[in-house]
Design a protein around this ligand. Structure first.
Ligand code: SAM
Length: 267
């Protein structure tokens, strides 16, 4: 793998401060919180196991997993995010090893890692499929990969797109620059449940799949929830999350727990 070729395709100064939404409606807040919580449930960190977090960002997850007893290594391509991560790790007095590198060329030995976490990052990578191959190579035969990613063909987005095309046909245009179902410019790939399953399935065996949150991006939904009392909107979102759990292909976020195929090492 030509590391320099990969690095040339990556924004090594990427900063999440520049992409955070200006308005955070209850559905957005719920989605991010629940995605993190559900990911931790699937990871099920155990004392002493080694977890490699690829595209670790600010290392918020790494710090929490280390608190639960895991030995965490956070790998991050952006120097800016790595600086944020260092600050967060030191500020929490946590033990997380931070490494500057790219997921397409993991600096670990074959079959040496207990668990790999890749949350909200696969659609930022220059070559997501190469990263999945690297994950399969890095995992111990009984190791696990936990991949969490936004589903751009969720029910909320599908319905939103339909309603928008009807609005357009009727001559309404609201001047929104980017619709929620269109991937942001810093994404390299538009993932949905089926593409994710296909890409992952080429290298890893999926053992568990979980859907998180339902109807994010549905027109007026976030604004409607923002007008409800907190107790009410949290109850509504929790019910929908239970539905999402059973229907990952239509949910807003998909989490997969996978293991190497037949314990094979992929070169
Ligand atoms: C949306 S952030 C997710 C951060 C974190 N996992 C979380 O859930 O908060 C995606 C991260 O992947 C990093 N990234 C992008 N391409 C990468 C690559 N090829 N290798 C490693 N990290 C990469 C970005 O710099 C960014 O910090």
């Amino acid at each position: 793998m030509d590391k320099d070729r990969i690095k040339a395709q990556i924004d090594l100064e990427w900063d999440d401060d520049e992409v955070l939404p200006e308005v955070v409606n209850p559905d957005t807040e719920f989605l991010f919180n629940r995605m993190t919580e559900a990911t931790f449930e699937v990871v099920g960190a155990r004392q002493g196991e080694m977890i490699l977090d690829i595209g670790c960002g600010r290392a918020g997850d790494g710090v929490e997993l280390a608190r639960r007893g895991a030995t965490v290594v956070g790998l991050e391509a952006s120097r800016v995010m790595l600086a944020h991560a260092r600050e967060h790790v030191n500020g929490n007095g946590a033990h997380v090893t931070l490494v500057h590198g790219v997921g397409e060329c993991l600096p670990v030995r074959h079959q040496s890692v207990d668990k790999v976490l890749c949350k909200g990052a696969l659609d930022h990578f220059a070559e997501p499929e190469t990263v999945i191959g690297q994950i399969a190579r890095a995992l111990k035969p009984e190791g696990q990969a936990i991949i969490a990613l936004a589903n751009f063909e969720s029910l909320g987005f599908k319905l939103g797109r339909r309603i928008y095309s009807v609005k357009l046909a009727l001559g309404f245009k609201d001047g929104t620059v980017r619709m929620p179902w269109e991937p942001p410019p810093d994404h390299t790939c538009k993932f949905d449940y089926f593409l994710l399953r296909r890409m992952v399935g080429a290298y890893l065996e999926v053992e568990e799949e979980v859907g998180v949150s339902f109807l994010f991006g549905f027109p007026w939904w976030g604004a409607f929830l923002a007008r409800c009392p907190r107790k009410i909107y949290l109850a509504l979102l929790a019910i929908l999350d239970k539905v999402a759990h059973r229907f990952p292909s239509l949910s807003d976020v998909v989490i997969l727990r996978c293991r190497p195929k037949n314990g094979e090492c992929v070169d």
